[in-house]
Design a binder for this molecule. Structure first.
Ligand code: ADP
Ligand code: MG
Length: 699
């Protein structure tokens, strides 16, 4: 690339920003199909990466064809005949000087049949297989040749497609999009000196390589994303996200926040808790307090493994807000958890004169009164789900927002809550808590806008959870074990899971399991919770379980995060092979919260896939959430680890945080340099990759 142009093209003027309908031959119907694979603009087309490539650059003489490979071949038609039996089919015999090949078609039109005139020269692409009369191709792609035509010059891309969207169309459109590169689309934004030493090609070269790799290019590396051309795109994307989060952080920091300087109430809380805070809790509470005392919005992430006592940290922060004359809000991912938090907080805070109010979407009764209390400022601490940031919820003077189990919320949702404002130009402080430990490389990109604290100590006296994997065939033994545990006055969870994440089917399965267990264990009180129950019903069952009135709780994965019943010592997870590591770790974290030894039984249905076996093995080996997250990243990739698929937390199209780990490390440094040396290029880069979503950064 030459020196950076006078100024980067604003996104709107970039031909790549045009809708696909700006391209020749793209009407509303085709546009709708493209939309289904996430392609709306020319830029989307350019970034729609082929799944794999076919080598049609080399013509293989018929005599050199080998069974098992896909090949490009050419020959002269000797014979074409329709055979009625055993199944109607068209058989064509083609030959060249070196050998012969049979083509077999089970579906064909009359027009197709007529193509194969004796003596016609045909170009073929297909998989070579052994047949009854030598090698053959079944349903090859066929083209009748008019004269001598050279084979393709480039490898042929195979794109992710959808019904009614043919490869030929995608290839043509990619070609048109590439042609726009020469006319100002996707200008190079990264100064050459920034890329020095990375061994990555300029942007346009990278895009051409991805869509039209020349004969001999490393197709496997291109498909796997390890080729420098793909890495060049990945780098740019990671850089754009890092810049966007940095900008977000800067904007947020530039706003004012109420200085929550009065720590007296929080101090009283720590004295009156039924236990002494751990050293880690004290340290993190102090880190949070220091942030809160400043007149700039705090943006802090608290990572703490399941059971490390994050709720206490939240309670202390909320007390500081209330003690300083402001309201605090705590947002949980499910109603079940919101109710549980409201209960623990009320238990700890109301004796100190703090009024805790629960506000969820599902509760009709009392909702109006709760809304009034929030708006008037009578409510000091408001606990709820995402329903907290519905429009009708107005806070009198919101000073602090605590978000529990952050991975369930996207950046956008977090920001929407921030907009609830502290009143005037002040913004509330933000404390984000997660039990999904995030490897450092990942945190650098996904949470670049947050400072972070780590709760790296469990409350004393915890017994490690023993984990065993047991095949479905030994279910009876597991039931017996649960019986013994309940007899001894302890409690058990039994979690049902399904392949399809349908809450309806999961509920059904849970009901069935509960019925069977009730039959098998007549002396145990078995409760049931699933996502199809009314919130009040669910809460009722949970309360009964928490009070020890139920010996066993059969549940769907609704109980996954945060549920806290220290007397429960056994966790049985059915079909454990279907769940990811992070989820299994979360579920297991529901036990081992008291002083009794606890165990987790992973019931599985053989045969286990290799990955499933590896996952169960990891769980048996360690209970350390950080170690588990690291292994999970290796096994599954970061998307699922962060739950980004649901939340759009980090919507990466080319980059892969696991595969591109080394680039992630480079990106932080590049982001600083680009901001300092070419701020307009930085802005254009964010517009290109993050686009619309970056709007939130300008609030
Ligand atoms: P998590 O970090 O998973 O949200 P919780 O806040 O739910 O953990 O705490 C888990 C359990 O440990 C709760 O029953 C809580 O009351 C208890 N707990 C928290 N801190 C301590 C402590 N310092 N000593 C003893 N028990 C504690
Ligand atoms: Mg929790």
């Amino acid at each position: 690339m030459a020196a950076p142009g006078p100024s980067p093209t604003p996104a709107a003027a970039d031909p790549a920003a045009r809708p696909v309908t700006a391209l020749r031959g793209v009407g509303p119907q085709l546009a709708r199909r493209l939309e289904r694979i996430g392609v709306r603009t020319v830029a989307d087309l350019l970034l729609h990466r082929p799944l794999r490539y076919e080598d049609r650059t080399r013509l293989v003489p018929l005599g050199a064809l080998r069974a098992g490979a896909r090949a490009l071949a050419e020959g002269e038609v000797e014979l074409a005949e329709v055979r009625p039996r055993p199944r109607r089919q068209l058989l064509v015999r083609v030959s060249d000087r070196t050998g012969a090949l049979t083509l077999r078609f089970f579906h064909f039109s009359e027009a197709q049949r007529r193509l194969f005139r004796r003596g016609a020269r045909v170009r073929l692409w297909g998989e070579v297989r052994p047949g009854p009369a030598g090698l053959e191709m079944v349903h090859p792609e066929v083209r009748v040749l008019r004269g001598a035509e050279p084979p393709e010059a480039a490898l042929t891309p195979v794109y992710p497609a959808t019904e009614g969207l043919h490869q030929a169309v995608l290839r043509r459109l990619a070609g048109e999009a590439l042609a726009l590169l020469g006319r100002g689309a996707f200008p190079e934004l990264l100064p050459e000196r920034l890329l020095q030493g990375l061994g990555l090609p300029p942007l346009h070269e990278a895009l051409r390589l991805v869509h039209r790799p020349p004969a001999g290019a490393d197709a496997e590396a291109l498909a796997a994303g390890t080729h420098p051309a793909v890495r060049r795109l990945a780098l740019e994307e990671l850089l754009a996200h890092a810049l966007s989060l940095r900008r977000l952080r800067r904007t947020v920091r530039a706003a004012g926040a109420p200085a929550l300087a009065d720590g007296a109430l929080a101090g009283r809380l720590l004295e009156t808790l039924p236990f002494a805070p751990t050293g880690a809790q004290r340290r993190v509470i102090a880190e949070v307090a220091a942030d809160l005392a400043r007149p700039r919005p705090m943006l802090r992430l608290v990572q703490g493994d399941v059971g490390s006592g994050k709720t206490v940290v939240a309670a202390a922060a909320l007390c500081r807000a209330v003690g300083s004359g402001w309201q605090g809000a705590l947002m949980a991912p499910t109603e079940l958890l919101a109710e549980q938090h409201a209960r623990s907080l009320a238990g700890w805070l109301e004796p100190l004169g703090v009024r805790v109010v629960l506000l969820t979407g599902g509760r009709r009764r009392g909702r109006a009164a709760a809304l009034r209390a929030v708006a008037s400022g009578e409510a000091d601490v408001v606990v709820g789900t995402h329903a907290l940031f519905q429009e009708e919820v107005a806070f009198a003077r919101l000073g602090l927002v605590v978000i529990d189990e952050q991975h369930r919320f996207g950046v956008h949702q977090r920001l929407a809550l921030r907009e609830k404002g502290a009143g005037g130009r002040l913004r509330p402080h933000q404390l984000v808590m997660t039990a999904t430990p995030i490897p450092r490389t990942l945190a650098q990109v996904a949470y670049a806008d947050l400072d972070s604290s780590v709760l790296d100590e469990l409350p004393p006296g915890r017994q490690p959870v023993t984990t065993v994997a047991v095949p479905e065939s030994r279910r009876e033994e597991v039931v017996e074990r649960v019986r013994a545990v309940c007899r001894a006055g302890r409690q058990a969870y039994w979690v049902c899971t399904l392949v399809e994440p349908s809450e309806a089917l999961a509920a059904e399965a849970a009901e069935e399991t509960a019925a069977r267990l009730r039959e098998a264990l007549p002396d145990v009180a078995v409760g049931l919770v699933h996502g199809r129950m009314r919130p009040a019903e669910k809460a009722g069952v949970m309360r009964a379980f928490a009070r020890g009135e139920l010996g066993m709780l059969v549940a769907t994965t609704v109980i996954e995060v945060g549920v806290d019943v220290p007397n429960a010592t056994v966790m049985v997870i059915e079909n454990a092979e279907r769940l990811g590591l992070a989820q299994l770790h979360q579920l297991r974290g529901r036990v081992g919260r008291g002083r009794e030894a606890a165990s987790c039984v992973l019931l599985y249905r053989p045969p286990l896939s290799e990955t499933a076996r590896a996952r169960l093995q990891v769980l048996r080996e360690t209970t350390d959430g950080f170690e588990i997250a690291r292994r999970d990243l290796e096994l599954r990739g970061p998307g699922e680890l962060l739950g980004t698929r649901q939340t759009g937390l980090l919507d990466l199209r080319v980059a892969d945080l696991a595969r591109d780990r080394d680039l992630v490390a480079v990106v932080a440094r590049l982001a600083d340099r680009l901001l300092a040396e070419a701020p307009e290029a930085a802005a254009a880069l964010v517009a290109r990759w993050v686009g619309e979503r970056a709007r939130y950064a300008e609030v």
